[in-house]
Design a protein around this ligand. Sequence first.
Ligand SMILES: Cc1cc2nc3c(=O)[nH]c(=O)nc-3n(C[C@H](O)[C@H](O)[C@H](O)COP(=O)(O)OP(=O)(O)OC[C@H]3O[C@@H](n4cnc5c(N)ncnc54)[C@H](O)[C@@H]3O)c2cc1C
Length: 434
Amino acid sequence: MHFDVIILGGGPGGAKAAQVLAKGGKKVALVSDNLGGECLNYGCIPTKTYLSATELFEKIKEFQGGLKISEAYLDWESMKQYKNKIVEKLKKKLEWSLTQSGATLINGHGEIGENGKSVTVGQETHTTDTLILATGSRARLLPNIEKSEKVVTNYEILDLPTVPQKLLVVGGGAIGVEFASIFAALGSSITIVEMGAHLLPLEDKEVGEELRRVFERKKITVLTETKASDEHFATNDIALIAVGRSTAHSDTLIKQLNLTTNEHGKITTTDFLQTNQQHIYVIGDLAGKALLAYTAEREGEIAAQHILGKTPKPINYGAVANTIFCSPEISSVGMSEEAAKAKFGENILVGKSPYSANSKALILGVRDGFAKIVANKNTRVILGIHIIGEKATELIAEASLAVANNLTIDEYNENLHSHPILGEVVKDACSQLI
Ligand SMILES: Cc1cc2nc3c(=O)[nH]c(=O)nc-3n(C[C@H](O)[C@H](O)[C@H](O)COP(=O)(O)OP(=O)(O)OC[C@H]3O[C@@H](n4cnc5c(N)ncnc54)[C@H](O)[C@@H]3O)c2cc1C
């Protein structure tokens, strides 16, 4: 069959592109070997489902406001079943909305024809005018370390038959600290091994240090500037490898389709995600601009709108919030203090306010965390906002608007906040600079 557009990969990027194109009147096929992609099946959704149980459990244990529950415990089997139910429900919903939009769903693994003008799934070859590559990324392994019953990635850990007594987490990035939070609450004794100087090396240093402080209070061992050794592997029941993502098949695609790459080996695209081959677009984790479900989705939307002949506003990646759902949660947008210092020297302002000074946090029994604002001393424009603490991943939405619109600390401060809310913690950080 011939299509106007074939999309390869049914994660958040591919699914969004399919919906926008179908609604825009294009004959579009979404070829997917696992609808929902990494996000729905092994990433965002399963981990956040587990975290909803573990966080609630920890809150119940710690809350001192009169709640009495005689027996609360986490049941791993029930957690897995609940996770499967949520994934299935969301998958059905996605399938329904794709079909409703008019997109054709083709289940199976697609092989791209030589010039990117056809895709073969099983015995059937489909031709296309335009191809969108949305094949995502996979867990990266360490050289010389193979997966086994004892060495797992973000896939296998979701369905471990039992909760390990001792869990080694190799990599203190977003994925590593989320799983450490889950399994610490489940009762595993956790050791995190991170090569960088602090946890979450891509985040503001103080945030990584605060997370370490809280983790250590929870009896999680954090070893920074440390490489995982044979001894680490031998002394733990299970090792989770969480050392980043790879797009293993991208080399083959690049060669086969004659795509150009940048100095980091990523496929070069325009702001509209179009490659040097005008009929080929690359979006999401495969494009590698930001490894997030919501950027993948927006990139899918942008590529689709461009194919429909529109000129969508490109993503300002510098103003995209990063969210990490460990306990306590972390989120950030814009420059860290270190990055701002590197660019502007001492010409920056830093305001910080702890959750312990926030009345809602006190009511909720929350004591850890802070919000931090980094601004340019001359222009007073906000360069970055960093939050670690309760609901940080929700509070960042307002912060991103401020950074995306180059608000000054004075403008941010003029915006009234309700009371008592956790959101006042960011406003209080800002007030420090007024
Ligand atoms: C543990 C974990 C937690 C995460 N948590 C979050 C979070 O909370 N928030 C967030 O924003 N992001 C999170 N992410 C990142 C997020 O999952 C990814 O950024 C997002 O899924 C990328 O979307 P995508 O559309 O590029 O591709 P993917 O979601 O990777 O989907 C690509 C799909 O294409 C399929 N595919 C590949 N090749 C072919 C082929 N030849 N034929 C057919 N199908 C093919 C793949 O099997 C896959 O199903 C998390 C990731 C992990 C691993």
